[in-house]
Design a protein around this ligand. Structure first.
Ligand SMILES: C[S@@+](CC[C@H](N)C(=O)[O-])C[C@H]1O[C@@H](n2cnc3c(N)ncnc32)[C@H](O)[C@@H]1O
Length: 251
């Protein structure tokens, strides 16, 4: 994955799996997890809300070390969890070449505690994607059980953060960020996902988001982001959320 020439092939593999993931959000995720690797940050990864395994496959592609574990939590609302898990594992295998270190847990995230998640992960999380239930109560609870198990410098990607179709996600996120503003900081918004980290690492990841947008291999669709950054600077305007400037990458 480190080789940027491989990225189009990775996106193609992810396109083959049903689900919701914009290319830009996938590429930004790759950029951030590779930055964590470059900084020597190793840990587990977690997803709440797996569906058919699209984002989970991306996380498996980004596994940096055999000691890392990946857990996906999925409710399987239609039942048949056994078949659902088989399908997810097949998708991960085709996209990532291996399912080792990946476990899909059939559970309602509302029944899980931080302690149980941490026990299953084996180590604090360097990356978590929250994309399960989309109501205010579920999202607030998911954020509340995930944030205590993040490592310092860990990243939470919150899906549908500002989605007009899922206002409860925004409501929960804002309640959480208001409550945790001295612990958790948002640093970028990229194609439907808000990226958060521990306050200690806010500056580093905010700079990393700029590096992503300005890199020569950035998707063409990000040209306008650079223009907006320059325009905002010319107006002396900084988009802020709960006191933290965020880089709005798009959508
Ligand atoms: C938007 S989809 C996730 C998409 C997925 N991340 C992907 O990459 O395609 C939301 C998923 O969350 C699951 N879900 C909903 N409520 C849940 C809960 N309380 N606990 C666990 N999973 C839940 C749904 O069954 C559904 O598969």
């Amino acid at each position: 994955v480190t080789d940027s020439e491989l990225r189009p092939a990775i996106l193609d593999r992810l396109h083959a799996i049903p689900g919701w993931l914009e290319d830009e959000a996938a590429l930004f995720t790759i950029h951030l997890i590779e930055a964590q690797r470059a900084a020597g940050l190793y840990g587990s990864m977690l997803e709440i809300g797996v569906y058919r395994g699209k984002y989970l496959s991306l996380l498996r592609l980004l596994l940096a070390d055999e000691r890392e574990r990946i857990i996906g939590v999925e409710l399987f609302p239609g039942g048949h969890a056994e078949f659902g898990i088989q399908e997810i594992m097949r998708n991960v295998l085709v996209a990532a070449g291996s399912t080792s270190n990946v476990t899909v847990l059939e559970a309602d995230s509302r029944s899980l505690s931080s302690e149980e998640l941490l026990g299953r992960l084996g180590s604090r999380a360097k990356f978590a994607h929250i994309d399960g239930g989309h109501t205010e109560d579920v999202v607030f609870r998911d954020l509340s059980i995930v944030s205590p198990i993040m490592m310092t410098g860990g990243i939470i990607a919150m899906d549908d953060a500002f989605s007009y179709a899922h206002p409860g996600v925004t409501e929960a996120l804002f309640r959480f960020l208001d409550q945790e503003r001295h612990v958790i900081a948002p640093f970028a918004y990229c194609f439907n996902k808000l990226f958060l980290t521990t306050v200690s690492h806010y500056d580093a990841y905010f700079a990393e988001a700029h590096r992503f947008v300005e890199s020569p291999t950035a998707p063409k669709s990000l040209e306008r982001v650079k223009e907006r950054i320059a325009f905002n600077r010319s107006l002396d305007f900084a988009p802020k959320l709960f006191g933290y400037e965020i880089l709005p990458i798009g959508w």
